[in-house]
Design a protein around this ligand. Sequence first.
Ligand code: F0G
Length: 440
Amino acid sequence: MTTPEMRRSALEQAGYNTFLIRSEDVYIDLLTDSGTSAMSDYQWAGMMLGDEAYAGSRNYYNLENTVRKYYGYKHLIPTHQGRGAEHILSQISTKPGDVVPGNMYFTTTRYHQEHAGAKFVDVIIDEAHDPTALHPFKGNVNLNKLEAVCKEYGKDRIPYLSLAATVNMAGGQPVSMENVRQVRKLCDKYEIPIMLDATRAVENAYFIQQREEGYSHKSVEDILKEFCSYTDGGTMSGKKDPLVNIGGWLSLNDDGLAEKARNMVVVYEGLHTYGGMSGRDMEAMARGIEESVEDDHMRARIGQVEYLGELLLEWGIPIVQPIGGHAVYLDARRFYPDMAQDQFPAQTLAAELYLDSGVRAMERGIVSAGRDVVTGKNHYPKLELVRLTIPRRVYTQAHMDVTAESVLNVYSNPKKPKGLQMVYEPEYLRFFQARFTPLG
Ligand code: F0G
């Protein structure tokens, strides 16, 4: 528990950035679902079976088999977390002047694409940029947008399509099986590989089961495998779906590309049979993957997110709809309709929420979007959101109630804040470490 005075002081010290608040000053931590889930007894038991050989650990082979079994990819290159895999993939596949189309950007993913010299082009459907659009698969790729990019640049300048399922920045929104099938056809026509950001692909599979015709009787496990079969490889942050605190991987079906990745991973991450993870970490991830594809686990996990979202909707609070897989996203523009985007409405809302109750959330708006690498100008994303992200197997319904009540307090407070001014802006991925002061 914290007092209003403690929170005011902690927030000032943190430069109004929730990433810079100490966790001991947080009451309910909904900053992220990344690495914050609770491991099960089965996973902890696996930690005791760590084979900490430098090379060829049995846990590596177990993880490789597990990824093959559930995701279907041929080669596994372990990394310390998702962005390690994004780095390796970008470096082995992308050259300056290339173009990477994707269904909305993710911060670290786009950073590594741009760092390798590529330009990112958004090809998601328009509904994804509208928080009120009720499309059941707001993560879908717009095939016309994708085809236009393919025609303009061709296979020589497009190393791959970057397909995320679910789409984090759109509000945890899924991609349908029909869409990935069509995307596969189109990419085959232009000979462009598809690389899946598989970070929350199990959650995506659950949404297909719940919403797409013909899938209600299939298991999440089978749906996941079919979905991945339309792609050529994937990057994974093990800190989400796979239920571990650290770890990731890059998977590839192409032998030549996998050889390049195995060579590069030794420079940045570690030998190709551990890539920055200990044996016990790899064992915990293999077991976490097994648990993550259980229908009951997904129903409970997403059910909790929906519980919070539905409570907020009942109280008339503006959130992104449909409710996403890993988080509820508050629509900051509708909290503060008079605040300019340059005054950081979502950053302000995250700060207000922390001040009210000690609930920590994350900005997903103009601060996260950063600047255009060529012009240096701010991106102005349509979505200006605050993410209430739910760790897996950690909180109870009562925590969701406290959170919802605090959101209501902030929403109905007649005294509206004036916004923030950025006083320190780091060069890369500024949202992590930027500092602000309040206006007015
Ligand atoms: N892709 C997606 C869709 C992600 O959400 C993340 C991380 C990554 C890649 C990068 O993985 O953190 O293991 O390096 N998302 C976290 C979040 C940070 O809070 O959403 P990482």
